[in-house]
Ligand binder design. Structure first.
Ligand code: SAM
Ligand code: SF4
Length: 347
C-alpha cells in the first residue's frame, strides 16, 4: 500500500442501492474529466486560443478521488479518466495510484483513460503498475505534417513512442480516430491497416457538434456510413455481436483480422442502452453528452466533509437522466448543439 492510500476511505461495497434512472438503466460507468487543459489544439475540439478555467474552479486531486469513490460506492464498475489531457494534469498519477485501491478490493472492474499519447512514454509503466489494463489513444493521422496540422503543432513521434511504451508495458491500446472530411478521409484505410498490423483495435468517430471551434463543422463532418461503404468495396466487414452499452458498433475486418469500431452519434441513436454519466473537471455531472441538463457536485464536495449531500445530489441528478440526446447537425448548422467542448465534458 502506498503512503497516499493511507486514511482514504474504501468505497463501501453494497452500502448503497445502485443508481437506476427513470428508464430502468443502471448507471455503472463513469467518465471524469480531470482537467480542461491540453498540450494539443485539435481543430475539431478546441479553438486555437482557448480560455482555460481558473485553477480554483477545477476539482483538486483529493476532490476527484472523493467524487470517484462516492460513485464507486453507488455501483460504478468502470471508470474512465479523461480531459483535456489527463496525463498533463499535475498529480494525475497520484489519483490513479489512489483509485487503484478499488481495483484491489474488487469493487471496481476497470480503471482506464483516454489520452492524446504525447506523455504516454513517460507514464506507461506506472499506469500498468497501478492496474490500468487498457487505454484509448486518440490519433487522427500517421502523416507527421497532417498530424501537426490537425493538432495545431503536435509531434506524431511522441504519440507513436507512447503507444510503443504502453504495449511494451502490457497495456492494450485502442486507437480513436475522428473521421474528418478534409484532413484524413483518404487515410482511414491505411490507418486501419496500420493499427491491425500492430495488434491494436481502432474506432472511427464522427465529429460531434460540441463547443465553439473556428472551423465550420459542416465542412468537417464525414458520415461514417459513407466511410463504411467505401471500406466494404475492398474489405469484408463482419459485424461482431460484441456490444458495449456505449455508442460503438464493431466489425472484424476479415482481410486484416483486426477489430474496427464505428461511433456514429449523429446518424444513429444509442441511447436506449446508455449506462454512463460524465463529470466535468469543475464537478458538474452531465447525465447525457448531448444535453445541457446537469448537477453541481462541487458545492456538496466543498461544503461538506461528509458524503451524504454529495450522494443525495448524485441520486437526484440520475432521476433527471434523459431518454436520449438531441444532436442534429443539419438543423443547427455549424453552431454547436451544446456549447461545452469535449475537452470540458470529457470524451
Ligand atoms: N486529450 C485526450 C484525447 O485526445 O484522447 C482526451 C480528451 S479528448 C476530448 C477525448 C476524445 O474526444 C478524443 O478521441 C477526441 O478525438 C474526441 N473529440 C473531441 N472533440 C470531438 C468532437 N467535436 N467530435 C468528436 N470527437 C471529439
Ligand atoms: Fe486535446 Fe484531446 Fe481535445 Fe485534442 S481532442 S485538443 S488532444 S483534449
Amino acid at each position: 500500500m502506498s503512503p497516499y492510500d493511507l486514511g482514504l476511505p474504501a468505497a463501501p461495497a453494497q452500502a448503497n442501492q445502485p443508481l437506476v434512472d427513470p428508464f430502468g438503466r443502471t448507471i455503472d460507468y463513469l467518465r471524469v474529466s480531470v482537467t480542461d487543459r491540453c498540450d494539443l489544439r485539435c481543430v475539431y475540439c478546441m479553438s486555437e486560443h482557448p480560455a482555460f478555467l481558473p485553477k480554483s474552479e477545477i476539482l483538486t486531486i483529493e476532490e476527484l478521488d472523493r467524487l470517484c469513490t462516492a460513485f464507486i460506492g453507488l455501483g460504478t464498475r468502470r471508470l474512465r479518466l479523461t480531459g483535456g489531457e489527463p496525463l498533463g494534469r499535475r498529480g494525475f498519477m497520484q489519483l490513479v495510484e489512489s483509485l487503484s485501491r478499488h481495483l484491489r478490493t474488487g469493487v471496481l472492474d476497470e480503471l482506464t483513460l483516454t489520452t492524446n499519447g504525447t506523455r504516454l512514454a513517460r507514464f506507461a509503466d506506472e499506469l500498468a503498475a497501478h492496474g490500468v489494463r487498457r487505454l484509448n489513444v486518440s490519433l487522427d493521422s500517421l502523416d507527421p505534417d497532417r498530424f501537426k496540422h490537425i493538432t495545431r503543432g503536435g509531434d506524431l513521434n511522441q504519440v507513436l513512442a507512447g503507444i510503443d511504451a504502453a504495449q511494451a508495458a502490457g497495456i492494450a491500446v485502442k486507437i480513436n480516430t475522428v473521421a474528418l472530411k478534409n484532413d484524413n478521409a483518404d487515410e482511414l484505410p491505411a490507418m486501419i491497416q496500420w493499427a491491425h498490423g500492430r495488434g491494436l483495435g481502432i474506432t472511427l468517430i464522427e465529429t460531434m457538434p460540441l463547443g465553439e471551434v473556428e472551423e465550420d463543422r459542416t465542412d468537417q463532418y464525414l458520415s461514417l456510413a459513407a466511410v463504411r461503404a467505401n471500406l466494404e468495396s475492398f474489405w469484408t466487414l463482419t459485424p461482431l455481436d460484441e456490444r458495449t452499452a456505449g455508442p460503438a458498433r464493431y466489425v472484424r475486418v476479415e482481410e486484416t483480422g483486426g477489430k474496427l469500431g464505428f461511433i456514429t452519434p449523429l446518424s444513429h441513436t444509442f441511447c436506449e442502452s446508455c449506462n454512463r454519466v460524465r463529470v466535468t473537471c469543475t464537478g458538474e455531472l452531465y447525465m447525457c453528452l448531448g444535453q445541457d441538463d446537469r448537477a453541481d457536485l462541487r458545492a456538496p464536495l466543498r461544503e461538506n466533509a461528509e458524503d451524504a449531500s454529495l450522494i443525495a445530489a448524485i441520486r437526484e441528478a440520475i432521476t433527471r437522466k434523459p431518454k436520449g440526446h438531441d444532436f442534429k447537425i443539419e438543423r443547427r448548422g455549424a453552431a454547436p448543439a451544446v456549447a461545452r467542448s469535449m475537452s470540458t465534458t470529457g470524451g
